[in-house]
Ligand binder design. Structure first.
Ligand SMILES: Nc1ncnc2c1ncn2[C@@H]1O[C@H](COP(=O)(O)OP(=O)(O)OP(=O)(O)O)[C@@H](O)[C@H]1O
Ligand SMILES: [Mg+2]
Length: 218
């Protein structure tokens, strides 16, 4: 379960304070797929960052229940939040954030090294085939197209079987065929793992795959 309780988030834009989320509340049950839809600047990435504990609410709280334990992301130390993120979150960033000095296979293995789950390595690397990246294991990110990098980011996010998968515009750089394949794969993997999937997207096609829809306004 992920629950936003009256979450407010403001950013300083020069001297001007801009409120992105104002007492925003919602709840997502375990194992569901949720789309997060809204115009550019409405706060989709901000919501994902709050769920990941990369950012903290100014007021209100984000609660995440994992294995029967409810975590208050606001109340946790930053070290505890980092641990939560490493173990429980798979994040496909809007701009991928692949490590440029690591190959495709090394990027995908990274979460397994961080969590000590070497046993998942074969499964994680075989996912590259399903994502149409067979034979690209030893390439470096800069040798790949934007769409290929995005699919590596997906393989990396799923590697450690996280309870929560956050996907920020996961099909933004893909053609229609690959977009369909990627959304199906994300939904399938999430369902198979019983994971909760939150998809931030501008695409009605992607949003239509989700069980639940959250609309953000500017
Ligand atoms: N670290 C930050 N510092 C200052 N302003 C920020 C920061 N992060 C986000 N914002 C502002 O908050 C607003 C929401 O940003 P966010 O990235 O969440 O939007 P978004 O819905 O993901 O947009 P897009 O569809 O373009 O990705 C924007 O106006 C942005 O400028
Ligand atoms: Mg965004």
């Amino acid at each position: 379960m992920i629950r936003f309780e009256s979450v407010s988030k403001r950013f300083l834009d020069g001297d001007v304070e801009r409120t992105v989320l104002r007492r925003y509340s919602f709840e997502v049950s375990d194992g569901t797929t949720v789309s997060l839809v809204g115009p550019s600047g409405s706060g989709k990435t901000t919501v994902l960052n709050l769920i990941a504990g990369l950012d903290v609410a100014d007021s209100g709280d984000v609660l995440v229940e994992l294995n029967g334990v409810t975590l208050s992301l606001k109340g946790m130390s930053s070290a505890a939040r980092a641990r939560y993120r490493r173990q429980s979150i798979g994040y496909i960033f809007q701009f991928f954030n692949l490590i440029p000095t690591l190959t495709v296979a090394e990027n995908v293995r990274l979460p397994l090294e961080l969590t000590g789950r070497r046993d998942l390595e074969a499964e994680a690397l075989s996912r590259l085939d399903a994502l149409g990246l067979a034979g690209r294991e030893d390439s470096f990110p800069e040798q790949l197209s934007g769409g290929e990098q995005q699919r590596v980011a997906i393989a990396r996010a799923l590697a450690h079987r996280p309870a929560i998968i956050l996907a920020d515009e996961p099909t933004g750089n893909l053609d229609a065929e690959n977009a369909g394949r990627v959304v199906d794969l994300l939904c399938e993997q999430a369902a198979a793992a019983g994971a909760t999937l939150v998809l931030a997207t501008h695409s009605e096609f992607v949003a239509g795959h989700a069980h639940q829809r959250l609309d953000l306004q500017r």
